[in-house]
Design a protein around this ligand. Structure first.
Ligand code: GDP
Length: 302
């Protein structure tokens, strides 16, 4: 229910327009398909995904599988779900260490909601009775360390940090030692995201990964790229850069509650082949949800 409420804004304009368009569904009218393409593109669904959806509907109309608005809706939803599932067969999967410490590395540029997402995830694990340590590996952004400490108090997780400008790899090392000594279940690592200098970013992330892998060979178990859904195509280009920079295993799309352009989920899934594993639907610690394509696709029509 919360999921539905959160996505509401994303739906309002897009859904209204989609439903209006479909209400005038004319299966023999090429103009209809072009209008659908325009609407999908505007909603950040992305070029490739848009074409696949529109072409599928064209085809199904031609072979007389689609005649009504309800048929058209079904084909659009099914195409979205299939398309997403094909490029991201494992999007429901979250890699955890079954008998030891699970390490999750968070990457992404400033302001996208990285720190908040880490706190939300910590809260979920703590709710399950797990012990969580958070590492303030963003030693660059003023306030990032303090912010993580505030969240740590709020959710009940220990935070390992150094002074601003300190070495993030050292924070990572200390956090692993602390997590191991205190028999924590989960270690969530924040990092700085400065895209202005790609080479620096790459070096910094590589150094942190080396420290992690040296201590725990199969870690990090997940590397989550946090993206702000309200930035639309910008989020997509950030994802491309991070994909070249480090081994991203999943995406957290934040601020899905604040955008009419939720379609970026499909563009990212289709064009990058990186699964969106979670969506952020608000600013409180209860607002992180696993991403579900079917719910998302059906939700677009409700
Ligand atoms: P960081 O710089 O990437 O660590 O970003 P922060 O975690 O500090 O978040 C930046 C702002 O975005 C804060 O005001 C958060 O409350 C807000 N924020 C984060 N996630 C969400 C979300 O899912 N929905 C909304 N509406 N705001 C969010």
């Amino acid at each position: 229910e919360q999921y539905e409420k959160g996505l509401k804004k994303s739906r309002v304009s897009f859904t209204r327009r989609l439903n209006e368009l479909l209400a005038n569904f004319r299966y023999e009218d090429e103009e209809f398909f072009e209008e659908l393409e325009d609407l999908l593109i505007e909603s950040d669904v992305g070029f490739e995904a848009t074409m696949e959806i529109a072409d599928k509907l064209r085809y199904e109309s031609k072979v007389e599988n689609v005649r009504s608005m309800a048929d058209a809706e079904r084909v659009i939803v099914e195409t979205m779900v299939d398309m997403y599932g094909e490029t991201n067969p494992d999007h429901h999967y979250f890699n955890e260490n079954p008998d030891g410490l699970t390490v999750v590395l968070f990457v992404g540029v400033n302001g996208v909601g990285k720190t908040t997402t880490i706190a939300k995830m910590a809260h979920q694990y703590i709710d399950q009775g797990k012990k969580v340590v958070m590492a303030a590996g963003d030693t660059f952004r003023a306030g990032a360390i303090e912010q993580l400490h505030v969240w740590g108090e709020r959710v009940g997780a220990e935070v390992i940090s150094t002074k601003q400008g300190g070495d993030p790899a050292a924070v990572v090392y200390d956090s692993i030692k602390t997590a191991q000594e205190s028999h924590a279940d989960v270690l969530l690592i924040d990092t700085a995201g400065r895209l202005q200098n790609k080479k620096n970013l790459m070096n910094e992330l590589q150094k942190m990964r080396r420290v992690i892998t040296r201590e725990i060979p199969d870690a990090p178990h997940e590397t989550l790229l946090v993206l702000d859904a309200t930035t639309g195509q910008n989020a997509l280009s950030q994802a491309k850069i991070f994909k070249e920079t480090t081994d991203v295993t999943g995406i957290v799309l934040t601020k899905m509650d604040g955008t009419a352009k939720g379609g970026i989920v499909l563009a990212i899934g289709k064009e990058l082949g990186i699964p969106v594993k979670f969506v952020g639907l608000g600013e409180t610690m209860d607002d992180l949800h696993p991403f579900d394509t079917e719910k998302f696709a059906y939700g677009l029509f409700k």
